[in-house]
Design a protein around this ligand. Structure first.
Ligand code: NAD
Length: 243
């Protein structure tokens, strides 16, 4: 039996990851904010801003099937706006979930992953490997995730645990719809058009589907990816490849 813990499992990418692993025959333990619910084998809600709740959730997740072979950290929050207007609360929420929460989920899982010779797949972003104008807080959080991925890969390699990240461009999920609604200044279509215009495909540009991200996450958790650790795998139609 192989068991994966997926954070953000009520969200677009997280639910697609849960479905992919489930279809692949893994047991899936899902977690998301209290009050959310998804259709995974086991569901243990936790607020990732609460470190004690994280530790309890990971302990319960490991106890559910008696092992933990993989952690997929897919929970996340978007924010953007001028840095001179950023509140401390906004920084704490976004960096707290995207970076600190992810780190403490992973840290709590390490003993179990060592036992199982398992792996971690972090959902970073193109914003983890390049700057996005107007999204400094999100970029700081995802840049942290991408470099933490490298450092943890080195730390855990002697223990047989691999750590990788995927770095998607825009994915058609509730997060993207929320971005357009909350930050589109009343013109969500114009916001989406601006995002599209950044891609090298020109008129052929489309956004990623969550299942396309899930497929790469799935691959990184497979024995076929045994040689891959410390990687930040871009899935962005070349968005971060250069200009
Ligand atoms: N959608 C995109 O365009 C895009 C692009 C690149 C990277 N990402 C990253 O992919 C990941 C998944 O995003 P998505 O697009 O599926 O978004 P989503 O909003 O559909 O899902 C994110 C999930 O994280 C959960 N979450 C947020 N705060 C939490 C908290 N305090 N405690 C527990 N759970 C919490 C939400 O409830 C939600 O279900 C995120 O890390 C995001 O930053 C998304």
């Amino acid at each position: 039996m192989t068991v994966v813990l997926v954070t953000g499992a009520a969200g677009g990418v997280g639910s697609a990851v849960a479905e992919r692993f489930s279809n692949g025959g893994w047991r899936v333990v899902g977690t998301d904010r209290p009050g959310t619910r998804a259709t995974t084998d086991a569901w243990i809600p936790a607020d990732l801003l609460d470190i004690e709740a994280i530790r309890e959730m990971v302990a319960q997740a490991a106890a559910t099937h008696g092992r933990l072979d993989c952690v997929v950290n897919a929970a996340g929050l978007w924010t953007e706006g001028p840095s001179e207007a950023t509140s401390e609360d906004e920084w704490d929420r976004v960096v707290g979930v995207n970076l600190k929460g992810l780190y403490f989920v992973t840290a709590a899982a390490i003993p179990h992953l060592k036992d199982a010779q398992g792996c971690v797949v972090n959902v970073s972003s193109d914003a983890g490997v390049q700057g996005n104008a107007g999204a400094a807080v999100y970029c700081a959080s995802k840049g942290g995730v991408s470099n933490l991925t490298r450092a943890l890969a080195l730390e855990l390699a002697p223990h047989g645990v691999r750590v990788n990240a995927v770095c998607p461009g825009d994915v058609d999920t509730p997060m993207l719809a929320g971005q357009a609604r909350d930050f589109g200044e009343g013109d969500p279509a114009g916001y989406v058009a601006r995002l599209r215009s950044g891609y090298p495909q020109g008129e052929r540009t489309r956004f990623l589907r969550a299942d396309e991200v899930a497929e790469v996450v799935w691959f990184l958790a497979q024995p076929a990816a045994a040689g891959v650790t410390g990687a930040n795998w871009s899935i962005d139609f070349g968005l971060s490849a250069g200009i």
